[in-house]
Design a protein around this ligand. Structure first.
Ligand code: PAF
Length: 294
């Protein structure tokens, strides 16, 4: 069956209702519905989420919406890469049933006045560097969950803080769904895939790869017995190329994201840095020597 591309909320409800009824009639059971929310410009990272959804769900919905609410003034909202035709082809090839691709005014009415704020978790790291960013993310994700009503939604581990923020919102507001965190997909040199990598010049691209090699060095040092956070962070800093301007580097509890002085297995190392003015983020979860670190 061919994929449907829907631009309105009503249209999405109708298309989803139709597919779910068809599935239920044929299989005598309610379908398991999945959602992968994206801002488009799909790369292998997004496609790994999409493929997992198609594999695990009876009805699969992808959304493509460059959400203005999560860009602060002066950020790259208008330049954010938009490649709708290529995105739709990739979704269709992956077997997605419905792509929801609304215009901004279909999602946000002129006088919309509701905020969705997750406190504490959003106050550090990317939340401190990008004021208002997470409020924009939680607003649009809450809206998408209410519009699509999925049983499960998939997000990438690359946006680790975003995942924990969405998870907290889902728990606190009792959204009835599961969340899946899918592993970061990387370029051969380790750089985490991101739509913003396309902005990097060749030498910046090389420098950017040291963000992940720094994280790996840190994780290796932890696996061999070092646990002082300051010393571990220094291991990563030493690995970073000169062109990498560190914004933050922290070892944090995986759930609360509180910074740690002494690292433990399961903690997450969060990093953000600018390379040639392009902001990149990454993370790694620490594992003791007898576990698999990366
Ligand atoms: O991770 C993203 O691409 C976005 O923040 C999301 C979750 C699609 C919300 O706009």
């Amino acid at each position: 069956m061919s994929m449907e591309v829907i631009q309105t909320i009503d249209g999405l409800w109708r298309a989803k209702h139709h597919l779910c009824r068809e599935f239920a009639t044929k299989n005598q059971k309610r379908p398991y519905v999945g959602l992968v929310p994206t801002m488009g410009n799909l790369h292998h990272g997004h496609l790994s989420l999409v493929r997992r959804m198609v594999d695990e769900c009876d009805v699969s919905v992808g959304s493509i919406f460059v959400n203005p609410a999560q860009f602060a003034p002066g950020e790259d909202f208008s330049e954010y890469p938009r490649t709708p035709e290529a995105d739709l082809m990739q979704c269709e090839d992956a077997g997605v049933d419905i792509v929801f691709m609304p215009e901004s005014d279909a999602l946000y009415t002129q006088d919309h006045s509701t905020e969705v704020i997750v406190r504490k978790l959003t106050e550090r790291y990317c939340g401190a560097e990008r004021p208002g960013h997470f409020a924009g993310v939680t607003l649009v994700v809450a809206k998408l969950l209410n519009i699509v009503h999925p049983d499960i939604a998939y997000f990438g581990q690359k946006d680790y803080q975003q995942f924990r923020v969405i998870e907290r919102m889902v728990r606190d507001l009792d959204f009835p769904l599961d969340l899946a965190m899918c592993p970061t997909v990387r370029e051969p040199d380790g750089l985490a895939m991101s739509s913003r990598n396309a902005y990097l010049a060749e030498d910046e691209r090389k420098a950017a790869a040291t963000i992940y090699s720094g994280l790996q060095e840190l994780a290796d040092a932890f696996a061999t017995g070092q646990d002082g956070a300051e010393a571990l962070k220094e291991v990563a800093r030493t690995e970073l190329a000169e062109a990498v301007q560190l914004e933050y580097l922290e070892i944090a509890n995986a759930w609360s994201l509180d910074p740690k002085e002494s690292a433990a297995s399961g903690d997450v190392v969060l990093i953000a840095a600018k390379v040639g003015g392009i902001r990149l983020i990454d993370n790694i979860v620490l594992a003791a020597g007898d576990e698999n670190a990366h």
